[in-house]
Design a protein around this ligand. Structure first.
Ligand SMILES: Nc1ncnc2c1ncn2[C@@H]1O[C@H](COP(=O)(O)OP(=O)(O)O)[C@@H](O)[C@H]1O
Ligand SMILES: [Mg+2]
Length: 452
């Protein structure tokens, strides 16, 4: 444009005309102003583009950081629609529960929730929607391997997007630990009570026992004296005495009193054994493993469970000469009790349907590789596979209210696998019986505290 102006100026100067030159000057000025405006506008445009670029870059950065947060979080993060179908799931669903997040998309979370928790989960979903945020409700969610994990949830509802945003944390181990602590505290309280009762019973048991021994001896001596007296008496006096003897049935007394004294003695012996077992159980375990005689622990549990088993099953102990193993004697005693009681219940259940069923519980100890194996076999009704998957779950029970608490096997598992670093195997045939085998390492696992 400048070149055109210069050319025009040169032309005007060749044939100068004052008005044309004045007009030209105005034209040049106007051009200069337009040029300035153009430059200014161009600059403004450039500035705006640059700002937009910076904004876009910042947005990308924030987005990618948010994505990284989503991808690297150890918590289960998910976005669900109003029917609880996944629209997003983070990789923690894979690492924590074994579910490929991309396969979860479009499927419903409901399918993964434990049947017993379904009703509550729907209630929770409704509450979240109403209150927009609900935290710390726990539900069991299926892992890909089939076991149930307790997940603690915090969830929010976004009415604009019509989406749930959920954050879940696996608290299965935490719950088990809390339960174990509660159980240990309960055991401790029961232990203290048992120790007190055992102590109180011990004294009367002892003097009743001493008196029984005294009466037995005295009876024997008195009968000897009576026999001697009878021989020493004249026949007339003997006849008079025999009449008295018949009146009190002396022959019967002579036969029966020693038997009843010895029965009394046996009964008292059993009470004494029970008291001893109670006392041993109530010794607090402390937290450390100590080498102990597992056969003796089993024998004590057998004594303690005798009352429960008596009318239901015959108990056979096949205890091999096994080495002492590092263990928690009281906890292991409780484990054996739980297994024995379960076995008795299983036999009771089967015999309700099959009158003549065998009623036998066999407890066996032996060394298997580097473990001490303790097995408890029963001839009970067996465990169907669907139930077998759940028996170690805390609170799982198939027994009626009042009979089952569902705590027995969860304690067994906690004590054996966590405290002793051992393992448990279950073999069961429905209608025939069940064998639980506990494997306890003969040598304490390094890192576990162990009293020398
Ligand atoms: N020896 C067994 N034979 C058959 N079923 C068993 C046996 N032991 C345990 N079970 C099953 O496992 C469930 C859980 O056992 P447990 O944790 O001891 O709780 P509870 O005895 O209070 O029911 C029982 O309800 C029962 O269905
Ligand atoms: Mg039980």
């Amino acid at each position: 444009m400048r070149a055109l102006l210069d050319e025009l100026e040169a032309l005007l100067r060749e044939t100068p005309s004052a008005p044309a030159l004045a007009l030209f000057d105005r034209l040049r000025e106007s051009c200069a102003r337009t040029e300035a405006h153009l430059i200014e506008a161009g600059n403004q445009l450039l500035e705006r583009d640059a700002m937009q670029l910076v904004e876009a870059a910042t947005r990308d950065l924030v987005q990618s950081e948010r994505d990284a947060f989503f991808k690297t979080s150890c918590d289960l993060l998910c976005v669900l629609d109003d029917r609880l179908c996944f629209t997003q799931a983070n990789p923690s669903w894979q690492t924590t529960l074994g579910h490929d997040p991309s396969r979860l998309l479009g499927t419903t979370l409901v399918k993964l929730i434990h049947p017993d928790d379904l009703e509550r989960s729907h209630e929770m979903a409704a509450r979240v929607m109403a209150e927009l945020r609900v935290s710390e409700f726990e539900l069991r969610v299926a892992a890909s391997g089939g076991d149930w994990r307790w997940i603690s949830w915090t969830a929010t509802w976004d009415p604009e997007r019509q989406r749930y945003f959920g954050i879940g944390r696996d608290v299965t181990e935490q719950r088990a630990l809390a339960k174990e602590v509660a159980q240990a505290q309960k055991l401790e309280a029961i232990g203290q009570l048992a120790a007190g009762v055992a102590h109180e019973i011990n004294t009367p048991v002892q003097f009743v026992g001493d008196n029984l021994v005294f009466i037995t001896d005295a009876w024997r001596d008195t009968m000897g004296y009576l026999d001697a007296l009878e021989t020493a008496l004249g026949s007339e006096q003997r006849e008079a005495l025999q009449l008295r003897a018949q009146a009190i049935d002396l022959d019967y007394l002579k036969r029966e009193v020693p038997t009843s004294l010895s029965d009394g003695h046996d009964g008292l012996q059993r009470v004494a054994e029970l008291v001893r077992a109670l006392k041993e159980f109530s010794h607090q375990d402390g937290g450390s493993l100590e080498p102990a005689d597992v056969n003796a622990i089993i024998q004590r549990s057998a004594v303690l469970s005798r009352g429960e088993l008596k009318h239901l099953a015959e108990l056979e102990l096949r205890l091999e000469d096994v080495p002492r193993v590092p263990c928690l004697p009281n906890a292991l005693g409780q484990v054996m009790l739980n297994l024995l009681v379960n076995a008795a219940h299983a036999i009771e259940e089967r015999s309700a349907r099959q009158r003549d069923c065998p009623r036998r519980i066999v407890v066996q100890t032996r060394v298997v590789g580097s473990d001490l194996a303790i097995s408890v076999s029963d001839t009970g009704q067996g465990i169907p596979p669907a139930v077998q998957e759940r028996i170690f779950e805390p609170f799982f029970t198939t027994k009626p209210m009042g009979k089952g608490t569902g705590q027995g096997l969860s304690l067994v598992r906690a004590v054996i696998t966590q405290r002793h670093k051992g393992r448990i195997s279950v073999e069961s045939t429905v209608g025939q019986g069940t064998t639980f085998t506990l494997f306890i390492p003969l040598l304490a696992t390094p890192g576990l505290s162990e009293a020398a």
